[in-house]
Design a protein. Sequence first.
Length: 395
Amino acid sequence: MKNKQVLNLTGKYVAETYARFPIALVRGKGTRVWDGDGKVYLDFVSGLAVMSLGHSHPAVVRAIQRQAEKLTHVSNLYHIPPQSELARELCRHSFADRAFFCNSGAEANEAAIKLARRYGKEWLGGKYEILSTLNSFHGRTLATLTATGQEKVRAGYDPLPAGFRQVPYNDLKAMEAAIDERTVAILVEPIQGEGGVVLPSDDYLRGLRELCDRRDLLLMFDEVQVGMGRTGKLFAYENFAVEPDVMTLAKALGGGLPVGAMLAKEKVARSFVPGTHASTFGGNPLVCVAALAVLKTLTQGGALKNCVKMGRILFAGLQTLKDRFSFIREVRGKGLILGMELEFEGSKVVNECLKRGLLINCTAHKVLRFLPPLTIQRRDIERGLAILEDVLARQ
Ligand SMILES: Cc1ncc(COP(=O)(O)O)c(C=O)c1O
């Protein structure tokens, strides 16, 4: 279908929850996607940090094809071999002892919140409150939008569930002051993604860990956006030498298939017992073989090393642009989640880049966000930077 036909259909029949760019994407390979009119784009969005191995990665495609011919879905009433294997592999590579599978980042956080509440009831005299941070993003379900520290995400959804409060990010004192007799857990993104690619200060995550240990709270990391290799380590927390009690994953986990996971230490995970939480599709065979292929490629191939190397090249290139254009306030990030903060709204730059065949995204109004596949090569980074430079030169 041509772009125009798709745009007409979307306009007429799809709920209007998204402000979409006027193109329809129909095909992808590696770092490139094609629209309905045959135009090619360099993809520095990667489905918003989903396609970490690039589009149509052969290992993921093969895994999905083979499994689709064998068994696509069965209920969690039965054991599911790829799900058990995926849980083992995620635990083997992380701090965790057990995994719960669902279909999205919001659901993974919802599972973490529910688990924390059950843990609070069982072991901490009924504590239930979750502290999170301003500017955070944790999802769009009622509980996760209430945990999210952005007013615009909550607007129109009153009354919101009780038991959530936010304090400024990177402020240990504010977090400590906010803890009271109801608090059961702290939920944070190790690096804020939607909030504008905001890094933790040197002692922040370690400070949160110590605080949680001292005050008997759970530390829960939302790695939905920054997990699965995006920062150059398999999990973002590895960059900061701090382990959480609970971690959530989604986005890049399934190589493009919808799968989320909530990982937890045994002492917490055991608060989920049969009947306390569930998901029909959660951890079905198809999504789990895709996730296993992603995990294997990330841990056994060179994608993480490449992410670090290419991240440095892209960072340096963006920094050079900062030196040239005084309206660039800051370049920041880790691995291949990089942000460029402008003095003005970034949407015009994004639109111009799209016209010239480069997909980038803008978040927190003024922050251009770069999330290319971890497998990207220097040549494509240079191409992307050249387009961006050209567009910035006309601002
Ligand atoms: C850190 C973080 N948590 C949770 C979510 C929600 O994930 P999903 O859209 O898969 O529900 C997102 C999505 O952008 C995210 O960036």
